[in-house]
Design a protein around this ligand. Sequence first.
Ligand code: ITT
Length: 209
Amino acid sequence: MNIDQHSKLLVATSNPGKLREYKNILADLPLEMTTLEAEGIILEVEETGQTFEENALLKAKAYAQISGMLTWADDSGLEVDALRGWPGVASARHAGPNASDAERTQILLRKMQSVPYELRTAVFRCVVAIASPGGDEITASGSSSGVIAFKPSGEGGFGYDPVFYVPKYGRTFAEITPEEKHGLSHRGRAARRARILLRRYLEQHSDKT
Ligand code: ITT
């Protein structure tokens, strides 16, 4: 695939929280960023993989095929040590398709009711997958460690951010600024790695005619 400065990068997520973060994180890429909504793409990709990487690739490849564009997707989620890694790849779905972020968070807090502070450790994970319509693939991962708080605090971020407490900051992911979150989050870390690989890929595939 030849790529020139007019090529678009499709950021394929239907999660508004993720999209907001990517608009910020990917602002300086030499590609025009577009979204599923802007392209009028309606496609539900079933996340049947057992790992974040499998699911990220499933999404990136499916949307690259249907759009004909270079496509960026991520699969991410929370692994709670006291719950043996739950909810993991089911982070978005464990309470059914229509549950809200707040409902999923309440279920998590109930499961953690009797767990003391020192055993409430958790890791956010993110795998970014980039796929081209021709079948090229790039993946990069990132993680971020924290502690599940006893109750939600803060209005920022999305998903489990109000209960993801970072001892170093003394605040949850919902209480720090977006820039602070990108600096240490699983998504920020995976995206910075993916961006380096994407730049290299673009250099190799740029249309020099
Ligand atoms: P797309 O597949 O359309 O991108 P999704 O919400 O279904 O959107 P995932 O399958 O990757 O995305 O699920 C990730 C879930 O993990 C997400 O819905 C949140 O509940 C949680 N999550 C991931 N990153 C998070 C973050 O930075 N802060 C809070 N919660 C996060």
